[in-house]
Ligand binder design. Sequence first.
Ligand SMILES: C[S@@+](CC[C@H](N)C(=O)[O-])C[C@H]1O[C@@H](n2cnc3c(N)ncnc32)[C@H](O)[C@@H]1O
Length: 289
Amino acid sequence: MMALVEGRPAHHPWDDAAAGWNDHTKIIREWLHEATQMMLDAAHVKPGSRVLDIAAGAGDQTLDIARRVGENGYVLATDISARILELAQHNAQAEGLSQIETRVADAQSLGLGGANFDAAVCRLGLMFCDQPLAALRCARAALKTGGRFSALVFSGPHNNPCLTITLRTAREHAGLTSDSPNPFASGTLMSLAKPGLLAQLLNVAGFSDVHGQAVAAPFRLPTSRHYIDFLRSAASPLIEILSRLPAPAQRDAWDDMEAQLNAFTTSDGWVGPNELLLCSATAPQTLPD
Ligand SMILES: C[S@@+](CC[C@H](N)C(=O)[O-])C[C@H]1O[C@@H](n2cnc3c(N)ncnc32)[C@H](O)[C@@H]1O
């Protein structure tokens, strides 16, 4: 749950990756555009919809939602990191999308019960929650009866070798090799990747009409160096692991990752395999959170 320091949200690790994530919007947009449209279709986002965007980050998908719902719709973008949400607000203003509002909030304690949203979506945020069931219950409570929920999370290690390689290498360089890491540990990148887990949690949270599918979302970049440049400033979990090392040792770790990722260089540039899970469901009735 979000800690407060003198009435303000405490510093969150994602604050440190906020500018990097925002600076790489172009790469992120190309990487996730198709999956995002599928997520919004699954949530039945349409003109006039009132949509809750959970863990909205710098708001790339928030802008897509706002354009879909149009001037008569509404989007509330929420995130635990105040800094990244400031960037979302700035981006919304720069695009003249006044139907977007932002609110700093932990997905696990949203406090939006009875808000009667038509749809709630979460792009690559749910897996960072230590208590994803609490987050799903909050999302359900914020929806009107018949409201739709959809989310994208990372699938498992076998279909995400770039994540596996970079996490393993970062941990090795940081000396975190004594314990064998659980790739599905709660609150981490692939915590919701176990087959059927997210669907099961949605059912327990009281959703109906639960569907799940895998979505391929490969990175297509000129070289592995471009991918590493993105991760260096935007991948909070890796930044956190390496932050315990002095700068030269961090550089060695990034170079090591880049060398290994060269395995995905093709005659058509660098194509990093990446797979997401898209889950969607309906809220049968509104409950307070
Ligand atoms: C990988 S970024 C995704 C951001 C955005 N949805 C996107 O796809 O561009 C993950 C986001 O989840 C947010 N986040 C992590 N834990 C959260 C929590 N417990 N509640 C709300 N947001 C959280 C981070 O602050 C960050 O903005």
